[in-house]
Design a protein around this ligand. Structure first.
Ligand code: DOR
Ligand code: ZN
Length: 353
């Protein structure tokens, strides 16, 4: 049985680092594990311009621990009226790595998102021309669509037509949750479609939302789905297919805001992220495919260099903290907080270049 695993430093291709006090409290959990991360732009107000992204990147860098080696990769929040030129300039100047498309109203802080893809044709055309990836929150916002069907309906009604209209646009389906999404990505032959997968969608089905009562800390969007979907995601993530890669969607919210009559969506999984993914790969007998999923596939898709440093994990239980306390009061409860995961991150090697 493998006891020690050494791998290239991994990246997180989807994370919410927030801002201010919350960012200061959560940032270290991402930077201790990952060399780079795609940082989501759904702040209030959202990161819609290159100037806002540059300023946000500076705030992240200023908040890093002194010995941290971490590169935040910034994204633009796409609005109906985002000028194509703003995206092109931001990308060419190295401020934006990608663009995030939230269907308006689909999730947390998405109210300024896209009301119809017809409205953003010029932006998508420009992105296609320069190879700038589009990261999609793939859920239908039609209120008549059942919440558990929103991803599958989005694929048929929005994603498929969009991919046909922009045949060379690079697209990442973020945080896929269904067998339909996994199959859709696997069936693509164009080579420009990929998907991120979160730990929670690999570990839990929707039953977890209702085990012994309502469990707000298991609520995120897209919501957990039924067991057959979880199994399909596990097959896809551990298959070795380079189109599937790590993206935690770590999304911290204070306990009081989740444990409420209208609790917000988002799971803060950064503290045990690598260990929880690794547990899944171990259970699936796919430890040999973990490095590709965590440290190679995403970088290749984005056309970025692979990290040089290495990390070591040991088969030895580590506890996920029960709570992360904020200096101004309040706490954030991490995914699997208060439980032990079978692996421990023991060592981070420095970047050699
Ligand atoms: O559960 C979620 N939380 N899904 C999202 O798409 C956004 C995120 C957040 O920002 O809290
Ligand atoms: Zn997200």
């Amino acid at each position: 049985m493998t006891q020690t695993l050494s791998l290239r430093r991994p990246d997180d291709w989807h994370v919410h680092l927030r801002d201010g006090e919350t960012m200061n409290a959560v940032l270290r959990y991402t930077t201790r594990q990952f060399a780079r991360a795609i940082v989501m732009p759904n702040l209030k107000p959202p990161v819609t311009t290159a100037a806002l992204a540059r300023a946000y990147r500076e705030r992240i860098i200023a908040a890093l621990e002194p010995d941290a080696q971490f590169t935040p990769l910034m994204t633009a929040y796409l609005c109906d009226k985002t000028p194509a030129d703003e995206l092109r300039r931001g990308f060419e100047e190295g401020v934006f790595t990608a663009v995030k498309l939230y269907p308006a109203g689909a999730t947390t802080h998405s109210e300024f998102g896209v009301t119809s893809t017809a409205k953003v044709g010029k932006a998508l055309e420009a992105m296609q021309a320069i190879g700038m990836p589009l990261l999609i929150h793939g859920e239908s916002t039609d209120p008549t669509v059942d919440v558990f069907d929103r991803e599958a309906v989005f694929i048929e009604t929005v994603l498929q037509p969009l991919l046909m209209e922009f045949p060379a646009l690079k697209v990442v389906m973020e945080h896929i949750t269904t067998e339909e999404a996994a199959d859709f990505v696997s069936a693509d032959t164009s080579g420009r479609l990929a998907a991120t997968v979160t730990p929670q969608h690999l570990i839990f089905s929707r039953n977890a939302l209702f085990t012994g009562g309502i469990r707000p800390h298991h609520y995120c969007l897209p919501v957990l789905k039924r067991e057959r979907h979880r199994l399909a995601l596990r097959r896809a993530a551990t298959s070795g297919d380079p189109r599937f890669f790590l993206g935690t969607d770590s999304a911290p919210h204070q306990r009081v805001l989740k444990e409420s009559s209208c609790g917000c969506a988002g799971i803060f999984n950064a503290p045990g992220a690598l260990q929880s993914y690794l547990m899944v790969f171990d259970e699936e007998g796919a430890l040999d495919r973990f490095e590709a999923f965590a440290s190679v596939n995403g970088a290749r898709f984005y056309g970025l260099r692979l990290n040089e440093g290495r990390i070591t994990l040991q088969r030895h239980p580590s506890e996920v903290p029960e709570d992360i306390f904020l200096p101004g009061g309040g706490a954030i409860h991490p995914f699997l907080g208060g439980t032990f995961l079978p692996w421990t991150l023991v060592e981070q090697g420095a970047e050699s270049s």
